[in-house]
Design a protein around this ligand. Structure first.
Ligand code: PLP
Length: 404
């Protein structure tokens, strides 16, 4: 009889956001008259910017003419988009990344999950705790994380890097030596970041111990403070140890149309083996490219008009973030993040778990947030709110929280 990949059986029940969606659906069914405000899943609410929409229309029209119709595209992405990325995200910051180092994808959830495939199952991973759950879950599916303890909520073979108010959410170099280090900065869910000097310490450490860093920069567009790196490649030596993931989802409102990219520098080698070549082999075999029309829309993000429009959207969400942060503090809570990221990390009262708080908030204020425990053991005692709602709903949510 065939066998399944029984690593899947070790995973904790349900992906957090699917569990939340089910709970919210059941609440709405029982309470059809209640207006529920969603500040849970990190999905944007503003429509695509006009310049991007215009480009999408143009690209769709091209598909209807034999002269301009496009079938399969180049496997690593159209040159026009890879070139725009290189110029817009790297050269403009004085970073030397070439087109051959950019791999376009349908968003970085897939890349964050798939990148582990090019590494041996024997590698040990280190992750910030709390963090976006995809890194651990996909390594668990591959059999790299040992066993899950349902009481402590920890995997036996994962190095956890606690990020708490005690260390200002700055992960410390671990005592045990990791092979693959996941860094998500600005961080989801805590909204914290590292300064360039703090990130440089991690780059130096990775080079010293011959580890690789997977750097998830999904929220780079939300950085508002100086001296916060927008790319890990701002750090010296990083091209020898780091892969960077960038998404159009939160920077340009592409959660529904799907676009992202991964940078694997040519200098990144495991012994004599090029990781760029390995990822190219994997991507070329298992992926057939993001749709042409979406890549055209992606290139429009780098136009002058596109940039201005998406900057306005980022500002819109960051205004919500300020509102939430201020509102929680005025209501007497401790809250973090919200300055360089669209997430607010809310310290909840001590006598309640983050799932209990989820139900409490849903039932008493009809607000959906995300229980901190869903992001790792250190997330217990916290709750994540997102700034991706509409301004009106965010305002309403803060009024409701004040009245609790
Ligand atoms: N990485 C982080 C840290 C995220 O928070 C998210 C989505 O919320 C993703 C990656 C997924 O991005 P994409 O929409 O490009 O798949």
């Amino acid at each position: 009889m065939y066998k399944i990949n029984d690593n899947y059986l070790k995973l904790p029940e349900g992906y957090i956001f699917s569990t939340i969606a089910k709970q919210v659906a059941s609440f709405k069914e029982k309470n059809p008259d209640k207006k529920v405000i969603h500040l849970g899943i990190g999905d944007i609410t503003q429509p695509l910017a006009q310049n991007i929409i215009n480009t999408l229309h143009e690209a769709v029209d091209e598909m209807s003419h034999i002269e301009t119709f496009k079938g399969y595209g180049p496997e690593f992405g159209y040159e026009f988009l890879r070139d725009a990325i290189v110029k817009g995200d790297y050269k403009s910051r004085g970073i030397d990344i070439s087109v051959e180092e950019i791999f376009v994808s349908d968003g970085i959830n897939s890349d964050a999950g798939n990148i582990q495939e090019i590494f041996s199952v024997d590698n040990k991973i280190a992750v910030c705790d709390p963090v976006y759950p995809v890194y651990i879950d996909t390594n668990a599916m591959a059999g790299r994380t040992g066993n899950y303890n349902r009481i402590t909520k920890r995997w036996s073979d994962v190095i956890y890097l606690p990020c708490t108010p005690d260390n200002d959410f700055v992960p410390e170099l671990p005592k045990e030596r990791p092979d693959i280090i996941y860094l998500c900065l600005p961080n989801n869910p805590t909204g914290s970041t590292l300064t360039k000097e703090q990130l440089q310490l991690w780059v130096d450490y990775a080079n010293r111990i011959e580890a690789v860093i997977i750097y998830d920069a999904a929220y780079e567009a939300y950085i508002s403070e100086d001296n916060i790196p927008h790319s890990i490649y701002e750090c010296e030596g990083s091209k020898n140890c780091a892969i960077e993931l960038k998404s159009f989802s939160k920077s340009a409102g592409f959660t529904g149309v799907r676009l992202g990219y991964t940078v694997v520098p040519k200098a990144l080698k495991c012994g004599s083996v090029s990781l760029n070549a390995l990822w190219a082999r994997r991507h070329g075999t298992k992926y057939n490219g993001a749709p042409y029309i979406i890549q055209r829309a992606g290139a429009a993000v780098y136009s002058k008009e596109g940039r201005e429009e998406i900057k306005k959207q980022v500002n819109y969400y960051m205004n919500n973030a300020r509102l939430i942060l201020k509102g929680l503090k005025l209501a007497g809570y401790s809250a973090y993040g919200g300055v360089n990221a669209p997430y607010i990390w809310w310290k909840i009262p001590k006598n309640i778990t983050s799932w209990e708080f989820f139900y409490y908030l849903l039932e008493n204020a009809n607000i959906v947030g995300t229980p901190g425990i869903g992001f790792g053991p250190q997330g217990e005692g916290y709750f994540r709110l997102t700034a991706f709602g509409t301004y009106e709903n965010t305002l309403d949510a803060m009024e409701r929280i004040k009245k609790l």
